[in-house]
Design a protein around this ligand. Structure first.
Ligand SMILES: Cc1cc2nc3c(=O)[nH]c(=O)nc-3n(C[C@H](O)[C@H](O)[C@H](O)COP(=O)(O)O)c2cc1C
Length: 184
C-alpha cells in the first residue's frame, strides 16, 4: 500500500464517510431552523450525552446559544438532496424546511421541532459548550429518543435502514444490506 501525505486541512475527510444528521433549533420567538451536521458523536450513555461540532457564524450556532435546545433528526439516504439544501443554505435568509420540502412536527419535550421525514429523533438540551479551534463543540443532554419501529428493533435493520453517510463535498453513500456478526 503506497501512502501519500495530504494537507492537514483535509484531515477530517480521512474520518468520513460519516453519519449525517439534521439538527433542528428554534429562536426565542419560536422560528425553527435546521442545519446538516456530519460531526456528531455519542459521548456518554448513563447519563446520556452527545456532542455536535458547529461553526460560529452559522445561524444555528446563534440559536443554540439563544434557546439552548436542539433535536438530532436521523435522515435516510433518499433524503440526500434535502440534507444538502440544509447544509448549503442558511436559515438566516430562507425557510429551509419549505425550500427542502421537509415537514416540522412538535417534539415531545423541547421547543425545537422534529422533522417528520426522518427515522429517529434525539431531543437535547445544551449542557456545555467547548470552544475548540474554528468550531464549538456543543454537548447535549439527551432528554428523549425515539425511532421508527420498522427501521430499528434493538439495532438498526440494515436491510431497511439506508443510513446517509457524507463522503465530503456534496457526495453521499450508504450502507449495504449485508453485515457480519463476529463471534469471539
Ligand atoms: C453534509 C454536510 C455536513 C455538514 N456538517 C457540518 C457540521 O458537522 N458542523 C457544521 O458546523 N456545519 C456543517 N455543515 C455546514 C452547515 O450545515 C451549513 O453551513 C448550513 O448552511 C448552516 O445553516 P444555518 O446558517 O441555517 O445554521 C455541513 C454541511 C453539509 C452539506
Amino acid at each position: 500500500m503506497s501512502k501519500k501525505e495530504i494537507s492537514l486541512t483535509l484531515f477530517p475527510y480521512l474520518l468520513h464517510p460519516r453519519n449525517t444528521v439534521l439538527v433542528t433549533t428554534v429562536s426565542r420567538d419560536g422560528k425553527p431552523n435546521v442545519l446538516a451536521v456530519a460531526w456528531i458523536t455519542p459521548i456518554s450513555v448513563n447519563p446520556p450525552y452527545l456532542g455536535i461540532s458547529v461553526k460560529p457564524g452559522r445561524y444555528s450556532h446563534k440559536l443554540l446559544l439563544e434557546t439552548g435546545e436542539f433535536v438530532v433528526n436521523v435522515p435516510t439516504f433518499d433524503l440526500a438532496k434535502e440534507v444538502t439544501i440544509c447544509g448549503r443554505k442558511s436559515g438566516r435568509q430562507i425557510d429551509k424546511f419549505k425550500e427542502a420540502g421537509l415537514t416540522v412536527e412538535k417534539a415531545e419535550i423541547v421547543k425545537a421541532p422534529i422533522i417528520k421525514e426522518c427515522v429517529a429523533h434525539l431531543e437535547c438540551k445544551v449542557a456545555n459548550r467547548l470552544k475548540v479551534g474554528d468550531h464549538d463543540f456543543f454537548i447535549g443532554q439527551v432528554l428523549a429518543a425515539y425511532v421508527s419501529e420498522e427501521h430499528f428493533k434493538d439495532l438498526y435493520d440494515v436491510k431497511k435502514h439506508k443510513t446517509l453517510l457524507h463522503i465530503g463535498k456534496n457526495k453521499f453513500t450508504t450502507t449495504q444490506d449485508t453485515y457480519k456478526e463476529i463471534k469471539i
